[in-house]
Design a protein. Sequence first.
Length: 218
Amino acid sequence: MATSMTHLFVTILLVAAHTAFAETNMLQDLCVADLKGAKVNGYACKDPSQVTPDDFYYIGLAAAADTSSSPMGSTVTAGNVEKIPGLNMMGTSMSRIDYAPGGLNPPHLHPRASEAIFVLEGRLFVGFLTTTGKLISRHINKGDVFVFPRALLHFQHNPNNAPASVLAAFDSQNPGTQSVGPSLFGANPPIPDDLLAKAFGVEAQVVQKVKGKFPAKK
C-alpha cells in the first residue's frame, strides 16, 4: 500500500511539473511587451493591433560605445526586452560590451541567465568562479566564444593596448546584473561597516574608504 501511494505521489508531482513547465511557453505567436503597462514578473502583452516591426528591431549594438567616461574602462549596451519589446516571453537577449585598453568588466553575476560571449575585436582575459572557489579562466581572441554559467561570478579584462569588444547572448529576456563592489559597498540602505569589516577581515576605516568609491544606489 505504501509503495502504491509513493508511486501515485511521484506521478502527481511529475504531471504537475510537466504542466507548470508547459504553461511557461507562449500560447500565441508573440507577446510584445507593453512597457507602459503593469509589470508582474515580466511585461503584459501589447495589443496585437498596435504591434509594429520596430518592436522587433534594435540598432543599438551596431557601433562601439564610448568607454571614456567609464571608471572601469568598459561599457555595456543592453539589447534586452526593455530595448526590444518583441523579446518578451522569448527567453533570450543580447548585449554588446566595449573595452578600452586596460578596461575591465568587473566581477558580477546574472541571476537569471547563462551568458555566451563572442569576441568581435581584440583579446581578453576572462573567467568565472565556481561555488567551490575554483577559477576557470583563459585568454580569448577575435572569433572565439566563451560561456559563463548562470549566477556564477565572472569577469572580462582587456590587458592590451588596443580596444576590444564582444557580443553577449543570454538565455533570458532580462538577465539582470549584480556587481560585487557596488552591491556590497553601495547598498541602500548601507550594509553596516562592522559587518563588512568582519566579513573581509579588515578595519572599519578600510570599509568606509572603499564605500567612498561606490556611491549609494538610489
